[in-house]
Design a protein around this ligand. Structure first.
Ligand code: NAP
Length: 522
């Protein structure tokens, strides 16, 4: 569906533009921040007189979110404060506008006031909550967070418009469309600017509620907008080209090798290549898994796309930073805030997190998680995966961390208690999990005093080198059940292989391979 924004400077020009637009488009958007003179009532009744079917959106864009429009300057009305603007949008509701658009930046109180007013007047006018970024396209994870801030008000439509600095920015806004659809939320998502044309064309085909177009060149309300004629011609061309049959696959074509990589820095000590290569061989998959010590993350991701690498593991220090380079991040990884696995599906990179699954599968093999209390020592990436996984399985995490500020942020985010190290002896819990690197080879150290462990039935260490850390030795001496980081390592790795190949990986062989290597070292 095509919407023409009415951006004419004067009342006379606006009425003329409304008349022309009602013949050409499905929607008109009355940009009250750009029209000088005339009353909303006159514009709405003119549009209704011109067309029985036209849908009307009323908008009074904030100055900070109004892109420079072709040939028009911001009207005096942009001086309206939030109160005056809400009054105008309420008037639009009373006059029977089909949609009113309010920016997320106007704040919760203004949005709720408008929603309540709309409900009181029969709820016929629908609400669009919008976000515009005139400078850039933020990373996909940030945009998803903004999307959720809009969606939590349950509007009819969320509108997300950013500025494309690169062609790739189009992919980010287009990604939001399927993300919103999965959550049954109508969305308008596109990029402005000279580099944003791809999204303006692709968005409606991918399910964006509508796209914007100008009546003629120079009449656009935002940079990069096509004219209605151009939009219609492009759509006709795309529709007709859809009937072209796909090229046949040559039966003699050999399957491509499936190659995988590890992205981290450092990676020299990693046992992932050993484990994954043994598994790929056993699974009969032609391909290799190689470790890359990465200096330039963006370059590494470009290389991954160019070389058609099927998947990647991500390790320290890139588990958070990687997210902005991906086309999509699944819900678990988004909530954890870290990605340790990438799948490359025909050039589209999606991020996942298998650490939480590796950890919970390992704990479940030793003890139940539901209704049990777990002290998580640490507040880094692995601690986040642990807290997330334990909550997901019905357990109760308690965070203990060296830096209280970091620990409290994690605890607050997941709504669980935080204790400092000095208070650890006061906590009553079933299992203690170390997620810090304290105790890693070659240092024989424990993150907690041995006496503290007497309070626990189980103690887990995510470290797997050495196999039995000082923490686990101390725990065993005090009669606790111990859970090793090796099983977590194998389980998270086997989940990666399952995601990449869709085939059940040889877990026993993977564990044996690592065990042999680690016992050689010991
Ligand atoms: P991270 O994000 O850097 O977090 C490390 C955490 O440990 C931080 O909260 C830090 O506390 C704390 N810490 C560091 N040194 C400490 C010390 N000397 N005393 C007390 N606390 C200390 O690291 P990560 O990605 O979570 O990785 C942590 C460990 O998990 C690594 O050893 C990694 O190899 C292991 N791991 C194992 C598996 C597996 O499959 N077995 C999977 C993932 C990770 P502050 O907040 O105070 O800085």
């Amino acid at each position: 569906m095509i919407c023409i924004p009415i951006t004419a400077g004067t009342k006379k020009e606006a009425l003329h533009a409304i008349e022309r637009s009602c013949r050409l488009a499905d929607f008109i958007e009355l940009r009250m921040d750009l029209i000088n003179g005339g009353r909303l009532e006159e514009f709405i009744s003119a549009a209704r007189g011109d067309s029985d079917s036209i849908k009307i959106i009323v908008t009074c864009r904030k100055k900070e979110e109004a892109a420079p429009a072709g040939g028009t300057v911001l009207a005096k009305s942009t001086a309206r404060n939030t109160e005056e603007k809400i009054a105008l949008l309420k008037e639009a509701i009373v006059l029977g506008a089909d949609f009113v658009d309010i920016e997320l930046a106007e704040g919760q109180a203004a949005i709720k006031e408008l929603q309540a007013f709309c409900a009181k007047h029969g709820g016929k006018t629908k609400i669009i909550i919008s976000y515009h970024n005139l400078k850039e396209t933020p990373a996909l994870t940030e945009l998803k967070q903004i999307f959720h801030q809009c969606a939590k008000f349950k509007p009819s439509i969320v509108k997300m418009v950013t500025t494309a600095k690169t062609i790739e920015d189009n992919l980010i806004t287009l990604n939001l469309i399927s993300y919103a659809q999965k959550r049954s939320q109508e969305i308008i998502s596109l990029c402005m600017g000279d580099k944003g044309g791809i999204s303006r064309i692709a968005a409606p085909l991918m399910g964006s509620y509508l796209s914007f177009a100008a009546v003629e060149r120079g009449g656009h309300s935002a940079p990069g907008q096509f004219t209605v004629g151009e939009m219609k011609r492009i759509n006709e061309l795309l529709r007709s080209s859809r009937t072209v049959p796909e090229a046949p696959v040559l039966s003699a074509q050999r399957p491509q090798p499936q190659n995988y990589i590890l992205l981290g820095n450092p990676v020299g000590q990693s046992l992932s290549p050993l484990m994954h290569n043994a598994a790929l061989k056993k699974m009969g998959i032609e391909g290799t898994y190689s470790a890359f010590c990465v200096q330039d993350l963006r370059g590494a991701i470009q290389g991954m796309r160019a070389m058609n690498i099927c998947g990647a593991s991500v390790t320290i220090p890139f588990k958070v930073a990687i997210m902005e380079y991906l086309d999509d991040v699944d819900d678990d990884a988004l909530k954890i805030g870290a990605v340790n696995t990438i799948i490359n599906h025909h050039g589209r990179l999606t991020g996942h997190n298998t650490d939480w699954l590796g950890l919970t599968v390992t704990i479940r093999e030793a003890m139940p998680i539901k209704n049990k209390t777990f002290v998580i020592v640490g507040a880094g990436g692995t601690a986040r995966a642990a807290v997330y996984g334990i909550i997901k399985e019905g357990g109760l995490p308690v965070v203990v961390n060296r830096t209280p500020e970091k620990g409290k942020v994690l605890a607050d985010e997941f709504n669980c208690p935080f204790y400092s190290f000095s208070e650890i002896g006061n906590i009553k819990a079933d299992c203690l999990i170390n997620t810090t690197p304290v105790g890693m080879y070659p240092k024989d150290k424990s993150p907690v005093k041995a006496g503290v462990l007497e309070a626990y039935k189980y103690v887990m260490d995510v470290i797997y080198n050495p196999l039995k850390t000082k923490l686990l030795k101390d725990a065993q001496k005090r009669g606790c059940g111990i859970i090793s980081g090796l099983d977590m390592f194998v389980n998270q790795g086997s989940e990666q292989l399952r995601l990449w190949t869709g085939v059940e990986p040889p877990r026993a062989l993977m564990k044996k391979t690592i065990l042999e290597r680690l016992t050689q070292v010991e």
